[in-house]
Design a protein around this ligand. Structure first.
Ligand SMILES: C[C@H](O)[C@H](O)[C@H]1CNC2=NC(N)=NC(=O)C2=N1
Length: 100
């Protein structure tokens, strides 16, 4: 199925909805949907990454991410759309749940 890059307004509206319930916000950085997750320790960070890994494989939609002890920096974009799409917002929502 074809996915489309969201417009500036589409991204701005989706960001408001996404950040509505969360403490630390998602932002757009390097044209990617970006968030720095912070956990209690490495075990919690890696648990989050494991849950996310199983989900993203199932969806075939993968994050760019890096881990340093209790922190996981996540950046989401859709290569085939050439920007941020609904797929990234769907994954962002899931990751917020996995983290919570
Ligand atoms: C060949 C494979 O289906 C594609 O490369 C998939 C894999 N994972 C992906 N992940 C992300 N974030 N964007 C994509 O466009 C994408 N495409």
């Amino acid at each position: 199925m074809r996915v489309e890059k969201l417009s500036e307004l589409g991204i701005s509206n989706a960001l408001k909805a996404l950040n509505n319930e969360t403490v630390s916000p998602w932002t757009i950085e390097d044209n990617k949907l970006t968030k720095l997750f912070q956990f209690k320790d490495f075990q919690h960070a890696f648990g989050f990454m494991t849950m996310s890994a199983l989900y993203v494989e199932k969806k075939n939609h993968h994050p760019e991410w890096s881990n340093l002890y209790n922190k996981v920096k996540v950046q989401l974009t859709t290569h085939e759309a050439g920007g941020v799409s609904e797929k990234d917002f769907d994954l962002a929502k899931r990751m917020d749940r996995f983290a919570g």
